[in-house]
Design a protein around this ligand. Structure first.
Ligand code: 8IG
Length: 272
């Protein structure tokens, strides 16, 4: 029996097999990971053919953060080039949960093993760039990892020059020229940054800051998938406005922008 920690890719392959059994689909084409505030955006995709608990598949831990679903949906979406089989993760595991890096990237590894060639990562984050407004979606064009944690082990010297697909970003920005692009800094959390830390991140080139996405992007890219990532700016980062950060406000900002995000996701899926 393979184990998530001793054989992560083997466990992802087992999860993909169980996914195929549950859905009756031998493969999926694209996966979306929905961050907090994005779950109602997934509803805009229509009616899934299947919805089940992530823990029904091997290797998925029970979710621990209030507001994160821990559910998986399978959709058959009618696209311009035929049916797209989309796998949607409602909720994810974060580094700050203290379960280590393997559960954080198990979803995207399962998706790639299930056949997904494209991985769409979404998140809610803090805005550092003063041009951004709360409720605005921003395409991630690059990242800065501040956690010093990689999902890769061993001599896997993966190039990350084009981690966030230039091709897909160009398609999306042609569709919507108002779509901003920015550099996402990955912060372990669960405490938010101090104002001094936000100043540091701005100085080193960060536009956005959050606690997810980066390990999943690296793990998916290392397995050969094309990655696109979209942040929803849910609050001004610490010290930007002088207001304190509250989890409730963050969730509310996500809910309010969900319709717009749903439209954006539909565009993503039908154009890539
Ligand atoms: I939503 O301001 C959300 N997630 N690190 N900082 C970090 N993560 C976040 C923030 C934020 N807002």
């Amino acid at each position: 029996m393979s184990d998530l920690y001793s054989d992560p890719l083997g466990t992802a392959a087992l999860a993909a097999t169980e996914l195929a059994r549950i859905t009756g689909k031998d493969r999926h084409d694209v996966a979306l990971v929905m961050g907090s505030g994005w779950v109602s955006a997934a509803d805009a995709l229509g009616t899934p053919t299947h919805e089940f608990e992530a823990t029904d598949l091997p290797g998925f831990p029970a979710p621990t953060v209030f507001g994160h679903g821990g559910k998986i949906r399978s959709y058959d979406l009618q696209g311009e080039k035929g049916t797209i089989r989309a796998l949607v993760f409602l909720g994810r595991t974060h580094l700050y949960e203290g379960k280590g890096i393997e559960p954080v990237v198990h979803g995207v590894r399962t998706a790639v093993k299930a056949g997904c060639k494209t991985i769409v990562l979404t998140n809610a984050c803090g805005g550092i760039n003063r041009d951004y407004a709360v409720g605005q979606p921003v395409l991630i064009k690059d990242h800065i990892s501040l956690t010093a944690v990689s999902p890769l082990i061993g001599a896997d010297f993966v190039d990350l020059t084009d981690l966030y697909s230039k091709r897909i970003r160009a398609i999306l920005r042609a569709e919507d020229p108002t779509l901003a692009e920015g550099v996402y800094a990955h912060w372990r959390g669960p405490s938010y940054e101090t104002p001094a830390e936000i100043n540091m991140i701005r100085v080193i080139g960060g536009d956005l800051v959050g606690m997810s996405t980066v390990p999943e992007a690296i793990a998916a890219h290392a397995l050969g998938a094309e990655v696109v990532a979209i942040s929803l700016v849910s609050n001004a980062a610490a010290g930007i406005t002088g207001e304190k950060l509250s989890h409730e406000e963050v969730m509310a900002a996500g809910k309010a922008a969900a319709g717009k995000m749903g439209e954006l996701l539909s565009k993503v899926l039908h154009k890539i």
